[in-house]
Design a protein around this ligand. Structure first.
Ligand code: FAD
Length: 309
């Protein structure tokens, strides 16, 4: 029997990981996107960050996603992903981090010593990694209106096609789904600065500093704004810059460009992965783990699709 074509709405990280897996499985599909991916406006890395299994269902999902992302990295060697040193700075007083990483140790970084923990994390260059997953020129550029959507949902009901919504923050209000999600805006600074040939990440209570060596760029942040319409919190970004200037005084000498991105936060931080009706599936609300969660969620969506067939 001929397989029914699946339409993936959204060409951000969720849609493209799914497209990658569809291609591997040899299933017929099409990706449709309006060209406003929030994945592009983020400063992402993927890290285990001391999350443990067996404490909560969400923790288990995050650990599973992290493992699946690492497996993908090891097997496919994707462009746009780089393994880097990730320094977590904290003191004995920070009980939350002591619990997570253990008692801080003395670490050396370029002739400076500080207390903390060192991890290896994966730094992502969004555009390059997205292109590796599924090329932009294979995506149908189109904004699907509500009227068009209603028309194609009829085709789903007639079992002529299936739809998977991976439409992220920008698409979430056009779909009625039982568990609600809300948009949380995030702001960050981007600065052009050459800090050497090796990329690295710092994390502290204040926020993250990411150095991307191939483009000589620093990213500082990100903040979380209380709602989707809030203005970026520049005071908070300046505090982060001031904090990291103790390690890299050059940060105060270059112009910082303000960037804003959107995240979709599911109820209790859970991603939404559900069947809306037969042949209609929703996958969104990746929130802060957008670059690893799709690797777990894809397995679940293929289970759902197999059940439908
Ligand atoms: C500042 C910031 C920092 C972050 N840092 C990290 C991090 O360190 N690690 C991490 O893992 N995650 C991080 N994230 C989160 C991560 O970037 C997001 O979770 C992820 O980008 C969401 O991807 P998505 O594919 O669901 O959505 P999107 O990338 O927004 O893709 C959805 C696409 O669907 C399209 N679309 C919607 N409606 C329609 C329609 N009707 N017709 C056609 N197309 C449509 C949109 O145009 C868009 O291109 C960060 C996010 C921000 C903002």
């Amino acid at each position: 029997m001929e397989k029914i074509k699946t339409l993936i709405i959204g060409g951000g990280v969720m849609g493209r990981v799914l497209a990658y897996k569809f291609r591997q499985r040899g299933c017929p599909f099409e990706v449709l996107d309006s060209g406003h991916s929030c994945a592009v406006n983020s400063m992402p890395f993927v890290s285990s960050y001391g999350i443990q299994e067996g404490l909560s269902p969400l923790g288990d999902l995050l650990v599973d996603s992290y493992k699946k992302f690492c497996q993908f990295y090891d097997e496919e060697n994707p462009e746009g992903v780089e393994k880097v040193d990730h320094y977590i700075l904290y003191s004995n007083q920070d009980q939350k981090l002591v619990k997570r990483f253990g008692v801080p140790r003395s670490l050396d970084f370029r002739n400076k010593t500080f207390e903390g923990h060192r991890l290896t994390s994966h730094l992502i260059r969004p555009k390059t990694f997205l292109e590796f997953l599924f090329p932009q020129n294979k995506i149908t550029q189109h904004f699907l209106t509500t009227t068009e959507l209603q028309k194609i949902i009829k085709e789903v009901q007639q079992q002529k096609m299936k739809i998977i919504f991976c439409s992220g923050a920008l698409g979430h209000k056009s779909i009625e789904a039982p568990k609600s999600s809300k948009i949380v805006a995030g702001a960050y600074y981007e600065l052009g600065l050459d800090l050497g040939a090796k990329s690295f990440i710092f994390t502290t209570e204040e926020g993250n500093l990411i150095y991307e060596a191939s483009e000589s760029k620093i990213f500082l942040g990100a903040t979380s704004e209380p709602n989707e319409f809030a203005l970026p919190d520049l005071k908070c970004l300046e505090t982060i810059r001031g904090f990291y200037a103790q390690f890299f005084p050059e940060l105060l000498e270059v112009k910082a460009h303000l960037k804003v991105g959107l995240r979709l936060k599911g109820s209790k931080r859970y991603p939404r992965m559900m069947k809306l009706q037969d042949g209609l599936i929703l996958m969104d609300s990746l929130y802060k783990n957008g670059w690893s969660l799709p690797f777990s969620l894809c397995d679940k969506v293929f289970k759902l699709l197999d059940e439908i067939e």
